[in-house]
Design a protein around this ligand. Structure first.
Ligand SMILES: [Mn+2]
Length: 438
């Protein structure tokens, strides 16, 4: 990602800001795993989107004055030779000003002494309240200083607005360099699934397949998964966010794998469901093909001009027809659709946006009617989950299938970013049959 691209994003954001406003975006804190061991550091996606700066203890600011002049601002941790030896790698203000291309870079340790002076006289502050406690405290300190200084010509902004709608609107449409990274994230994620398929054997533990996938991610330069890997054998596949990955993988069962890497900040997201012994039995085959046909239908429907909710309706229509045919659901098809009866077997969304976050931007939770445009990237993930306490015929009990691809909306349809992971029954079975020779 070039410096120019980060600057373009800031200019686009400035256009959306009110005159006489400042936007405050804080970097993510370090998260402790246990005692003094931290989780691998992951930057806040919005902070990263505007800066490409990967340090904790930082704040990025954009100021647009009443004449629409603008300035950029960074508070970041100071360079410290002693801390550097222990692995705390802060580049300091001088280097940051050039590397991040900001007008001002000031020491993070002095943010309470300086931030209020940048806010002074402006009308609006953009800040996400409640995101980080430390960030709220910093802002409250700045506002207190302004209030106390009202007799000395300091003035307090009138409005505090949430910047997320502005930034997330920008993040929704991907640039060509973002698309490139998402293509690679999709490809590496798909290769991870192929390695899992190559090594899947009964008698393994689920976490061993997780390790195979992680091996492939690392091999291709993606150090971390974009989310906790799900390896769900047998009835575990009916637990949507199963991440224990601790069970024995038994013969005759299916294994549902939902795993994607993070490549240079961008997420891959893909699910496949494979038969442990290399062959789908008849009930597994029926359920699998219903889900696969739902995915293939959505792949033909997703294009500019439609929306997630329209495609979801078509997919549900198909799934209900299939489940009635299989006698898993009973009753009038239109009534079943109207009553959302499918929810007992398909209880999650069909699609979500993806980008720097696997569930990208605010939109995934509420904007299923958003008209699709080229440059949007989203998943398609139909699933059917038949637990052993369901009313379905017993031969289907314990079968959970999810098949998921990530797509880019293009000018005339979509591009599948995860297609190299096989998903047709014939392809899966013949791959597993021939894998000893691979
Ligand atoms: Mn997903």
């Amino acid at each position: 990602m070039t410096k120019k691209e980060f600057i373009c994003r800031r200019l686009a954001l400035l256009k959306k800001m009110e005159p006489s406003s400042i936007i405050l975006i804080f970097s993510a804190p370090i998260v402790i795993r246990s005692n003094d061991s931290a989780y691998p550091y992951r930057q806040n996606s919005d902070f990263w989107y505007l800066t490409g700066f990967n340090e904790p203890g930082a704040m990025f600011g954009l100021i647009k004055d009443s004449n629409n002049y603008h300035k950029s601002l960074l508070f970041n941790q100071s360079y410290n030779q002693h801390a550097h030896i222990w692995g705390e790698n802060h580049i300091g203000q001088e280097a940051a000003r050039i590397k991040i291309a900001v007008d001002y870079a000031l020491p993070w340790e002095q943010i309470n002494d300086h931030l209020y002076l940048f806010i002074n006289g402006l009308k609006t502050i953009y800040h996400v309240k409640g995101q980080y406690y430390f960030a709220d405290q910093i802002l409250i300190t700045a506002l207190e200083k302004l209030r106390q200084g009202q007799y000395n010509n300091l003035s307090v902004p009138k409005f505090v607005l949430d910047w997320r709608p502005l930034v997330h609107e920008l993040r929704l449409i991907k640039s060509s360099s973002e698309i490139n990274l998402l293509r690679q994230a999709g490809r590496i994620s798909a290769l991870g699934h192929m390695r899992a398929l190559k090594n899947l054997l009964n008698g393994m533990y689920e976490y061993q397949i997780e390790g195979e996938i992680q091996y492939e991610f690392s091999h291709y330069g993606a150090r971390w998964p974009a989310y906790n890997t799900i390896i769900a054998a047998g009835e575990n596949s009916c637990i949507l966010h199963y991440t224990d990955n601790s069970s024995l993988i038994e013969n005759g069962k299916l294994v549902l794998i939902d795993a994607g890497c993070e490549f240079q900040g961008y997420a891959g997201d893909i699910s496949r469901t494979f038969p442990v012994n290399g062959v789908f039995n008849t009930p597994q085959r029926f359920i699998y093909n219903a889900v696969l046909d739902a995915l293939m239908l959505a792949l033909t429907l997703y294009r500019p001009g439609t929306n997630i909710s329209t495609v979801t309706k078509e997919v549900i229509n198909l799934l209900v027809h299939r489940l009635v045919q299989l006698k898993i659901m009973k009753g009038n098809i239109q009534a079943l659709i109207r009553d959302k009866a499918i929810k007992q077997f398909f209880m999650h969304r069909l699609s979500h946006w993806i980008g720097l976050d696997v569930h990208d931007s605010d939109y995934y939770s509420k904007d299923e009617n958003r008209i699709l445009e080229p440059g949007m990237v989203l998943t398609i993930e139909p699933g059917l989950y038949i637990t052993s306490n369901s009313h379905a015929p017993s031969e289907y009990h314990g079968i959970g299938v999810r098949i998921e691809d990530t797509i880019l909306i293009t000018s005339n349809g979509n591009e599948n970013l995860t297609s190299i992971a096989v998903k047709n029954i014939d392809e899966i079975e013949s791959f597993m049959l021939n894998r000893k020779e691979l």
